[in-house]
Design a protein around this ligand. Structure first.
Ligand code: GAR
Length: 207
């Protein structure tokens, strides 16, 4: 059997997407395994899940600037990933813009999940932005990470209706359920070598 691709997940909070990825890797036929969980937040649920489930984790101070990371922390993350032969980095609720060495060296090998149908409602609180705008459909997007904010080529989108009585919490919950299938599916496609970026488009080849 081919070696599984090693992935690193970077998460700042609750960690439900990290958990969905970790659970997917339990399937013997899944082509990726989690080598490392990285967080910038000592309180992150993701860290607790990693510790409880025997997944190696690292807490990295990304600096005081909200939404941004220090170049040193980027270098440190890159070093940890290279040491573990990580082939794919997955941002899963990492609430800072990735820059520096990690971004450059993992170009084309880094994914993110966003809780809206890109290119609409980029940045923070995608669900609330969608509600406030009045759209009747929203969803989630898994995409490659580039130097912009939520601008990289799109791999998978899942759509959910926005209901008349939705608030941010109910809409977020409906979207999150789709995130938990979209992300493991995108990682599976990547790890199986089935994704090819052509300009802005991501082509998915047959099995
Ligand atoms: C998810 O909804 C994810 O799409 C979002 O943060 C949440 C993390 O939840 N990411 C962003 O908004 C990135 N801009 P989780 O910690 O339970 O996976």
């Amino acid at each position: 059997m081919k070696d599984k691709m090693k992935i690193a997940v970077i998460a700042s909070g609750r960690g439900s997407n990290f958990r969905a990825l970790a659970e997917a890797t339990l399937d013997e036929g899944y082509p990726a395994e989690i080598a490392l969980l990285i967080s910038d937040n000592p309180e992150a649920g993701a860290l607790e899940y990693a510790r409880d489930n025997g997944i190696e984790s690292a807490l990295i101070d990304c600096g005081p600037k909200r939404g941004s990371m220090s170049l040193e922390s980027s270098e440190e993350m890159h070093r940890l990933c290279v040491e573990r032969e990580v082939g794919l980095v997955c941002l899963a609720g990492f609430m800072r813009i990735v820059k520096g060495k990690l971004l450059v060296e993992y170009a084309g090998r880094m994914l993110n999940i966003h809780p809206a149908l890109l290119p609409s409602f980029k940045g923070l609180h995608g669900q609330k932005q969608a509600l406030d705008y009045g759209v009747t459909w929203s969803g989630c997007t898994v995409h490659f990470v580039d130097a912009g904010i939520d601008t990289g080529p799109i791999i998978i989108q899942k759509v959910v209706p926005v209901l008349g009585d939705d608030d941010e919490d109910t809409l977020s919950e409906r979207i999150l359920a789709e995130e938990h299938t979209a992300y493991p599916e995108a990682v599976r496609l990547y790890a199986a070598g089935r994704l090819k970026i052509e300009g802005r488009r991501v082509l998915i080849s047959d099995e």
